[in-house]
Design a protein around this ligand. Structure first.
Ligand code: IDC
Length: 331
């Protein structure tokens, strides 16, 4: 290589590094535009102490339906559906899960999260990184993997005021609160090493329903923690709302990081009457909520019509019955 060529290559490399840094800086600056969230009492608030209620949509499993993680979809949902949060559901065990697939699969999933956070940030959305345990009912099953995953995420996104972490979607199979609490302490400690402030959502026993149990012995010594309550209105009604009220009364901050109005299988008839009762209850108590799921899978909890092929730019006619109901409610 001639000397001149060498200089030219070096100059080009430096320019590239500069441009990449500028692009990253730009994304961070945009994230900073969204007010950082804090937990005060049972509520989510901004820096001025004003209550913030997040309302949004969850992806289906990222491996299952990667096509909906795109800029147009995210920007369009913010603009047309008025959502302010998107949840990136990454299964740990099912269907090319993060802990059951190979290295390449893990890389693909991390790339999807990376893209998802970038698109959400650009769209002006809060974004939840969801460690979606399900068939692996006990979060300790893959605790080692969870620790290294959240370490990676917290290091990467510590400057992002719009990123929230959900550390175990739905513990089940008889996993008790003391087990979940011990797991949560480990993961929260890991995240807090790098990110002192991000809001962290913690799953509760019985598919994130037993918030009253968690309320009796929440984690101690950390701020900005919330506990998740999940419901499917076709299956869960007043008795679960009573649990939520009991937890609130005991001072537990709640976050509905997933819900539907189908039955708990994600399919079956929609219960719009019970669904309305639920959302009225959440709105009254300023509890944030995120609807399952952004996909065209042939199940009643999918927000898009089963036959539809569009991955963004949906019109009302592209939505399922659930999608129409939810977006009407949001606006
Ligand atoms: C369901 C999906 C379905 C998928 C299944 C995998 O809708 O397409 O085949 O998971 O087991 C939850 C879970 C969520 C479920 C959903 C509906 O968090 O992963 O999604 N649900 O069953 N909790 C209660 C209901």
């Amino acid at each position: 290589m001639t000397k001149r060529k060498k200089y030219r290559n070096r100059a080009a490399a430096m320019l590239l590094v500069f441009l990449m840094a500028a692009a990253l800086g730009g994304i961070k600056a945009e994230a900073a535009k969204l007010p950082a969230l804090q937990v005060k009492g049972t509520k989510l608030v901004n820096a001025k102490g004003k209550t913030v209620q997040l309302k949004g949509v969850s992806t289906h499993g990222l491996s299952w339906f990667p096509q909906y993680v795109n800029q147009k979809a995210f920007t369009g949902m913010k603009k047309n559906w008025k959502i302010n949060v998107v949840r990136l559901a990454m299964y740990t065990a099912e269907y090319n899960g993060y802990c059951t697939g190979d290295d390449q699969n893990r890389k693909n999933l991390e790339k999807l999260i990376d893209n998802g956070v970038r698109y959400a940030t650009k769209a002006g959305l809060y974004v939840i990184i969801d460690w979606h345990i399900l068939s692996d009912g006990n979060p300790k099953t893959y605790q080692k993997q969870a620790v290294s995953f959240f370490k990676k995420m917290a290091k990467k996104y510590k400057g992002y005021s719009n990123v929230l972490y959900e550390i175990c979607n739905e513990p089940n199979g008889g996993t008790g609160w003391s087990t979940i609490r011990s797991y949560a302490n480990k993961i929260v400690k890991t995240i807090r090493k790098y990110d002192k402030k991000a809001v962290i959502l913690i799953g509760t026993p019985t598919w994130s329903q037993d918030v009253d149990t968690a309320a009796k012995n929440p984690l101690k010594g950390y701020s900005n923690l919330m506990y998740t309550l999940h419901f499917y209105a076709g299956t869960h009604g007043q008795s679960l709302r009573d649990k939520a009220s009991a937890a609130l009364k005991a001072g537990l901050p709640l976050f509905v990081s997933e819900f539907g109005i189908s039955d708990a299988s994600g399919n079956g008839k929609l219960d719009k009457t019970e669904g309305k009762k639920w959302l009225d209850f959440l709105d009254k108590n300023k509890i944030s909520y995120v609807a399952w799921n952004l996909s065209n899978k042939g199940e009643s909890s999918a927000l898009l019509k089963a036959s539809g092929q569009k991955t963004s730019g949906w019109k009302k006619s592209d939505l399922s019955s659930w999608g129409k109901w939810y977006t009407a409610r949001l606006s």
